[in-house]
Write a protein that binds this ligand. Structure first.
Ligand code: MV4
Length: 448
């Protein structure tokens, strides 16, 4: 195991990694921008080092600053958290060039999954079910029109460098294709410097189901079931739960085995998430995320395992601490994302926290880097905490979530807490009967 690692992130996830390190006897180094000198992750880590000015580009995204911080502190490995450099293949390569271990998959695997056409080709070849569509890239409008006719409208045109909803256009009919094709290409070019696109059948009312996988980098892998993340606004998840309300044990075992077999075959190392659209009891692969995700705690809750601990074990060459057979689901877990945002338009709301009180009690976990008097800087993501509850079943988890939200106090800034009280009163949330469009429709009717 490592003696000391550096955490190339901030906020609740940096704190989350510090906690795992402390329990494992691994020393932790926090890095921070000048805007984050008073941040909780800086206080909680064993050491802290300033890596630059507030702008992420010059601090949390700076290869040179982070590598220098490793050299100065003697950190042997880097945990990237999520966001920032967590899926940057060039960063992983740069660390390797400096003999620093990246706590995550190889640069090659990150690159493969970062290019969505390559990711889909790879997954398809590994036996993972994909959305019907083009075989690889679609270079011309004529190709797009031919594929549209073959696949049948509606179709969706996606930038290969996209993901998370950027560079996507729906063509409802053949008449929409020209406009949709050119605008998807233009968006891909503008946002990512890559205008290559591919085409898929557009699924109209799917759920977003993602499978958590874990590989040891030596050909062994497990799956840890699914999370349902269908409640999203503008491609930002709002509430996540595990297990999925409409996933049976048979469906879980079938898709889970497909996923663990796939990542085992590529000697995948560390945590990964394979994203699917789920419609009419069928799974359709869309993307793979090669990082630990924001919503990983719901999986931790139902399996009773520490995913960050496993990341450190695998990165240091140790085996996973459990086998597939030992992974048994216990109960139900729900996470809500607490953002410093003002409703109804979700405008970021940085500022000083005048009072913070985290809820507690049985089955309640609050992952947050807030404290009384903390000033939320305006430079970064508006996520300020995650409230995760665990119950013996879904109704118990829902009741516990309502109870815990009632105890949570975040004063001084506007937050998304009132949204969750309102959502929990909804029949569709109580029954789990929602799809990827439900929340946007609800917001239009209830918040506008
Ligand atoms: C789709 C789709 C329907 N059909 N692909 C959005 C983000 C990116 N990860 C993939 N996305 C979608 N891909 C096909 N073939 C609908 C979406 C989509 C979506 C997916 C998951 C969660 C929320 C979403 C909201 C709008 C659209």
């Amino acid at each position: 195991m490592f003696d000391k690692i550096l955490i190339a992130n901030r906020g609740e996830i940096a704190l989350r990694v510090v906690r795992a390190c402390r329990e494992m006897g691994v020393k932790s180094v926090a890095v921070h921008s000048t805007a984050d000198s008073d941040a909780m992750h800086v206080r909680m880590a064993d050491e802290a080092i300033c890596i630059g000015p507030p702008s992420s580009a010059q601090s949390y995204l700076s290869f040179a600053s982070i590598i220098a911080a490793c050299e100065i502190t003697g950190a042997q490995a880097v945990h990237p958290g999520y966001g920032f450099l967590s899926e940057n293949a060039a960063f992983v390569q740069a660390l390797e060039d400096h003999d620093i271990k990246f706590i995550g998959p190889t640069a090659a695997d990150i690159w493969t999954m970062g290019d969505k056409i390559t990711a889909k080709d790879t997954m398809k070849a590994l036996g993972v079910p994909c959305v019907p569509g083009s075989a690889g890239g679609v270079p011309t409008l004529e190709d797009a029109q031919r594929i549209g006719a073959e696949v049948g409208y509606p179709v969706i045109i996606k930038a290969t460098a996209g993901g998370g909803g950027r560079g996507m256009k729906v063509a409802q009919t053949a008449a929409d294709m020209e406009q949709a094709f050119h605008s998807a290409r233009a968006e891909g070019k503008a946002a990512f410097g890559n205008d290559e696109v591919y085409i898929e059948k557009y699924l109209t009312t799917p759920r977003h189901i993602e499978i958590q996988v874990f590989g040891d980098g030596k050909g062994n892998a497990v799956h840890l079931g699914e999370r349902d993340c269908s409640l999203q606004r503008r491609h930002q998840k709002v509430l996540e739960e595990a297990p999925g309300p409409c996933i049976t044990p048979e469906l879980r075992e079938r898709i889970g085995k497909v996923c663990s077999d796939a990542v085992a075959k590529i000697n995948y190392a560390g945590a990964g998430t394979i994203e699917f659209l789920f419609e009419n009891d069928e799974f359709y692969f869309i993307e793979m995320n090669t990082r630990l995700q924001v919503e990983h705690p719901v999986t931790e809750a139902i399996f009773g395992i520490d995913l960050v601990r496993e990341q450190l074990r695998v990165a240091s060459g140790m085996p996973l601490s459990f086998t597939q057979d030992e992974l048994v689901i216990n109960g139900h877990s729900i996470e809500v994302r607490i953002n410093a945002e003002k409703l109804p338009d979700f405008r970021p709301c940085p500022g000083q926290i005048t009072q913070f009180h985290a809820p507690g009690g049985l089955g309640v976990r609050m992952d947050s880097a807030l404290y009384d008097g903390y000033r939320i800087p305006p430079y970064y993501d508006s996520l300020i905490g995650k409230l995760i509850v665990h119950g013996r079943d879904r109704p118990e988890a829902l009741a516990r979530l309502e109870r815990a939200l009632g105890e949570l106090i975040v004063d001084g800034v506007d937050t998304t807490i009132p949204l969750f009280h309102a959502l929990l009163a909804e029949e569709a949330v109580q029954t789990g009967d929602y799809n990827i469009h439900w929340l946007e429709h609800w917001l239009k009717e209830n918040l506008a």
